[in-house]
Write a protein that binds this ligand. Sequence first.
Ligand SMILES: *[C@@H]1O[C@H](CO)[C@@H](O)[C@H](O)[C@H]1NC(C)=O
Ligand SMILES: *[C@@H]1O[C@H](CO)[C@@H](O)[C@H](O)[C@H]1NC(C)=O
Ligand SMILES: *[C@@H]1O[C@H](CO)[C@@H](O)[C@H](O)[C@H]1NC(C)=O
Ligand SMILES: *[C@@H]1O[C@H](CO)[C@@H](O)[C@H](O)[C@H]1NC(C)=O
Ligand SMILES: *[C@@H]1O[C@H](CO)[C@@H](O)[C@H](O)[C@H]1NC(C)=O
Ligand SMILES: *[C@@H]1O[C@H](CO)[C@@H](O)[C@H](O)[C@H]1NC(C)=O
Ligand SMILES: *[C@@H]1O[C@H](CO)[C@@H](O)[C@H](O)[C@H]1NC(C)=O
Ligand SMILES: *[C@@H]1O[C@H](CO)[C@@H](O)[C@H](O)[C@H]1NC(C)=O
Ligand SMILES: *[C@@H]1O[C@H](CO)[C@@H](O)[C@H](O)[C@H]1NC(C)=O
Ligand SMILES: *[C@@H]1O[C@H](CO)[C@@H](O)[C@H](O)[C@H]1NC(C)=O
Ligand SMILES: *[C@@H]1O[C@H](CO)[C@@H](O)[C@H](O)[C@H]1NC(C)=O
Ligand SMILES: *[C@@H]1O[C@H](CO)[C@@H](O)[C@H](O)[C@H]1NC(C)=O
Length: 282
Amino acid sequence: MDNSSRLMLAVVMVIAYMAMRGQTQNSTVAPNATNTANTTANVTTLTTVAPIVNTTVTALTGNISRAECGKTQLCAAVPDNCDPSVAGSCFFVSTQQSSSQTFSFQLRGVSSGYIAVGLSTDSIQGGNDTTYVCANNNGIVLFFTALLNNGNLTITNTLPVNSVKGSVNNQTIQCTFSATVPNATATKSSDTSYFISLSNGIFANGILGSPTAVLFSSKRVDLGDPNTNVTNSLNNTTTTAAPSTTARPSTTAAPSSHAFVLQHTLSQALLILLGVLGMMML
Ligand SMILES: *[C@@H]1O[C@H](CO)[C@@H](O)[C@H](O)[C@H]1NC(C)=O
Ligand SMILES: *[C@@H]1O[C@H](CO)[C@@H](O)[C@H](O)[C@H]1NC(C)=O
Ligand SMILES: *[C@@H]1O[C@H](CO)[C@@H](O)[C@H](O)[C@H]1NC(C)=O
Ligand SMILES: *[C@@H]1O[C@H](CO)[C@@H](O)[C@H](O)[C@H]1NC(C)=O
Ligand SMILES: *[C@@H]1O[C@H](CO)[C@@H](O)[C@H](O)[C@H]1NC(C)=O
Ligand SMILES: *[C@@H]1O[C@H](CO)[C@@H](O)[C@H](O)[C@H]1NC(C)=O
Ligand SMILES: *[C@@H]1O[C@H](CO)[C@@H](O)[C@H](O)[C@H]1NC(C)=O
Ligand SMILES: *[C@@H]1O[C@H](CO)[C@@H](O)[C@H](O)[C@H]1NC(C)=O
Ligand SMILES: *[C@@H]1O[C@H](CO)[C@@H](O)[C@H](O)[C@H]1NC(C)=O
Ligand SMILES: *[C@@H]1O[C@H](CO)[C@@H](O)[C@H](O)[C@H]1NC(C)=O
Ligand SMILES: *[C@@H]1O[C@H](CO)[C@@H](O)[C@H](O)[C@H]1NC(C)=O
Ligand SMILES: *[C@@H]1O[C@H](CO)[C@@H](O)[C@H](O)[C@H]1NC(C)=O
């Protein structure tokens, strides 16, 4: 390299460094409005496919029944084949396919706290299982979507759910909702076969206690196949109301906003490095 090349390289690097500093300092400002508009357009396109997240609960009148079990709905219950429309300790869930990954759910159970239906991709409860929760908040039904990991339910409320209806009568909680379930297998274009579970737990001060499973299917069941018989792998569970121990508060980590800024800076540095390398080749 001759002297003028070295000089040019030094100048380029100084300019690049200044540009990087300037852009880094500005990288936290709101994105350009034009880009934002394009992102919004894309999000809107997606939400016409997947239902909007709306966990507002309206009143459910009447009782969930098993009239459509084996006809249009897949059903699971504890005790086996119990009737959810009559008083008593019956845990029940049914699913009815409305489009590929979207199902209407009917959920009924007994608890002073909450009842939940979980979808697991493996035979172990946990590992971020998709969980839909109906909670009794002093006689008012609250609905949550959550992930179950290590026996802990973390409320996310990000899963596509809408049309939530609910009722609570003494300790009997009922709710119905429409949910777009995730692909059971990420590599398949559509897969709705899951290990399905029913649980209850305590709900205190807005915190969901660890769930107690009353049902966990012995094998994967296709939520869209009404002809499947769900066998419970937990054959010795008692279907009593949730224990009255106090909830253990769980702390969830706040999402980090630094990750984006760091990534942004790194990609800029990489671009500049490539630019410098390009100049050196001239
Ligand atoms: C940040 O951007 C604003 C407007 O685009 C500009 O006026 C300002 O000089 C920039 N700051 C730095 C440090 O480059
Ligand atoms: C946003 O970007 C577009 C195109 O890249 C540009 O025309 C426009 O001036 C930018 N707006 C602002 C506010 O920087
Ligand atoms: C926004 O999207 C439209 C259509 O997809 C495209 O033509 C346009 O160039 C995009 N604008 C920006 C700033 O990316
Ligand atoms: C959505 O964004 C991708 C990449 O950002 C773009 O290729 C695509 O055209 C966009 N779709 C619409 C409908 O704007
Ligand atoms: C569950 O999700 C959390 C947060 O996204 C992640 O840290 C954890 O590793 C996941 N656990 C499993 C078993 O996938
Ligand atoms: C959410 O659902 C409730 C009840 O179904 C409805 O009244 C409300 O308008 C919905 N909100 C939005 C933002 O769609
Ligand atoms: C609630 O339960 C109590 C005792 O178990 C019963 O006397 C009462 O009628 C029940 N209330 C309703 C509305 O079912
Ligand atoms: C399921 O996953 C595959 C692969 O990631 C994707 O192509 C497909 O669109 C997904 N289907 C649904 C309904 O989410
Ligand atoms: C499910 O159970 C019913 C009644 O026990 C039986 O008639 C039916 O054949 C079973 N279906 C399957 C797919 O095993
Ligand atoms: C119930 O569980 C016990 C022990 O896990 C097992 O030996 C028994 O066969 C099971 N009964 C049924 C009907 O599945
Ligand atoms: C159910 O059976 C399993 C193994 O067979 C045992 O570990 C568990 O304690 C039993 N649960 C109850 C409530 O009896
Ligand atoms: C549940 O979460 C709490 C707080 O994050 C943690 O202390 C506890 O160990 C977790 N329980 C399990 C079984 O991992």
